[in-house]
Design a protein around this ligand. Structure first.
Ligand code: HEM
Length: 218
């Protein structure tokens, strides 16, 4: 019961803290991404670092925008009282997802640990876009419950980077696994966690009674 009440504030706090952390680390503290790039040791193709860095900056900015826009739009207050803002902010979320996907498409072939992670990132590119489009299609068809469910599934992918680094840190620093292996488990672990967390939120945390009522009056 309590988790239902506190989930939204917790999500807002985690998102805002992570946005501040990612922005500070990647745009100010280590703008050359030296600590991340030093692990790229066996790349199949040459990496043009200035281009990669600029793409990464755009990636980070739109990733943070997606995180912020999505978090705001889950607010029941915004959904009810500021419908026009909710709609415009929703389009900002969709555009941001597209920009993260495009930039990810450039970076994926140069992924740390190579092809195994390139494949995973490209798969996420397609899955994430598909989930976001599903959310859009359902609201156009005036099915708010399904819209919300697909938005939860889509929004979970905003935490991809957080989970990758969390898993990598625990495995590499905590258990001493090699960095590349830790990162690979981090990438696949993050995808799995995103998918499972979204289903838990949809099945056990979103209130079905309210959902069904809204669906019938839509
Ligand atoms: C929305 C939240 C996200 C944030 C804040 C974020 C942030 C970052 C950052 C800071 C990097 C630079 C390397 C690092 O320090 O990790 C990065 C790399 C990357 N991101 Fe994201 N990202 C997000 C979501 C995604 C998603 C959903 C995808 C896939 C569609 C993606 C694909 C990539 C790829 C392919 C790289 C390069 C990885 C590598 O070189 O090994 N990111 N991201």
């Amino acid at each position: 019961m309590k988790i239902k009440k506190h989930l939204y504030p917790i999500m807002i706090i985690v998102s805002v803290l992570y946005i501040l952390y990612v922005t500070y680390m990647n745009l100010f503290y280590d703008p050359q991404a030296t600590s991340f790039l030093r692990h790229k040791i066996n790349l199949q193709r040459p990496l043009h670092i200035p281009i990669w860095l600029n793409v990464m900056y755009i990636h980070v900015i739109f990733a943070c925008l997606a995180m912020l826009a999505g978090a705001i739009n889950f607010s029941k207050h915004t959904q009810r009282k500021f419908r026009k803002f909710h709609r415009m902010n929703g389009y900002l979320y969709v555009i941001s997802v597209c920009m993260v996907d495009i930039t990810s498409g450039y970076m994926a072939p140069f992924s740390t640990a190579g092809k195994i992670n390139s494949i995973a990132f490209n798969a996420v590119n397609m899955i994430w876009l598909a989930m976001t489009i599903m959310a859009l299609v359902y609201i156009k068809r005036k099915q708010p419950v399904k819209h919300r469910h697909w938005m939860v599934r889509s929004y979970a992918f905003c935490f991809t980077n957080l989970f990758i680094h969390l898993f990598t840190f625990i495995l590499h620093n905590g258990t001493g696994l090699p960095y590349e292996l830790s990162y690979t488990i981090g990438v696949y672990g993050a995808i799995f966690t995103n998918l499972v967390l979204a289903e838990i939120v949809i099945r056990y945390i979103m209130t079905n009674a309210v959902n069904q009522q809204e669906e019938s009056t839509a």
